[in-house]
Design a protein around this ligand. Structure first.
Ligand code: ZN
Length: 281
């Protein structure tokens, strides 16, 4: 089923959004908005965010309980983002995560392949998806972009479900205008036919995102954009409401802006109105 969500995006040339979560309010906001638009969603959880939320098990329970409480019907994937060790992946899988990313991109390709396969073995036994990264996702395209040859070798020698390739995007805010290697996306897609993942979706123009999808991207990660929207709205709310002390009012004050960002990206990615009945939601 989890793979069906990704395969549907692959076959129908659209991208599934990954929005990273930090707490209860983010889970509520993301799930509600995606449900309103009938868009499948990947909830990204970094290892540090998992610690903040008191561990993988609590993340899974929180998401599942919120889904039940809010009657969320869309397909969802709880995904471990940028794990660097086998042990982290195993802990998340054992806690009930649907998908893990093993990021051994800073190692030699042979070591990356070895560790990725180790994770694939364990994950696939538990019906869990694996995303891996090659090249290094950074604005410096001269030294870090993934080569088509490496992507093809990696594809042939591993059993991954999704591939994150370095094609000119970066995490966080862009200091200079990114130079996305669109041709490289096409070539990697042609040589692997894997669903490709674009990290660092925040800050890219709508046109750029659409072009990436057209060239073969099927999952786009957004983190910074939601954080910026939330904190900006929250700051202005506090400025205008100096006497507020209700924690629920304060922490949810940025959630409307997050909703707008989510809605915007779902429309750009083409993932809306994709809801279908699932037996493993
Ligand atoms: Zn990333």
């Amino acid at each position: 089923m989890k793979n069906k969500i990704i395969q549907d995006a692959l076959i129908n040339n659209y991208a599934i959004p990954q929005f990273n979560i930090n707490n209860l309010e983010w889970i509520k906001t993301i799930l509600s908005e995606c449900n309103n638009l009938n868009s499948p969603v990947i909830l990204g959880v970094s290892t540090s965010a998992a610690k903040y939320m008191c561990g993988y098990k609590n993340v899974v329970n929180m998401v599942n309980n919120i889904k039940e409480y809010l009657n969320i019907k869309i397909p969802t994937i709880i995904h471990l983002d940028h794990a660097t060790t086998y042990e982290e992946c195993v802990s998340a899988i054992d806690a009930g995560f649907d998908s893990v990313m093993i990021d051994a991109s800073s190692s030699l390709l042979t070591d990356n392949i070895k560790l990725t396969n180790q994770v694939c073995n364990y994950a696939h036994k538990h019906n869990v998806l694996v995303e891996a990264e090659i090249g290094h996702i950074s604005e410096d395209i001269n030294i870090n972009c993934t080569s088509v040859e490496d992507a093809n070798n990696f594809y042939k020698q591993t059993d991954i479900d999704l591939l994150a390739a370095a094609v000119g995007t970066a995490h966080g805010c862009y200091n200079v205008k990114p130079h996305i290697q669109y041709d490289l996306i096409t070539k990697i897609k042609e040589s692997t036919n894997l669903p490709l993942v674009l990290h660092g979706g925040s800050g890219l123009s709508d046109e750029c995102l659409k072009k990436c999808i057209k060239n073969g991207i099927n999952k786009i990660n957004f983190n910074t954009e939601l954080q910026l929207a939330w904190s900006k709205e929250l700051k202005s709310y506090l400025k205008e409401n100096k006497d507020v002390y209700d924690p629920r009012k304060i922490i949810t004050a940025g959630c409307n802006s997050m909703q707008e960002v989510i809605r915007h990206y779902i429309k750009i990615l083409g993932s809306f109105d994709r809801y279908y009945e699932t037996d493993n939601n």
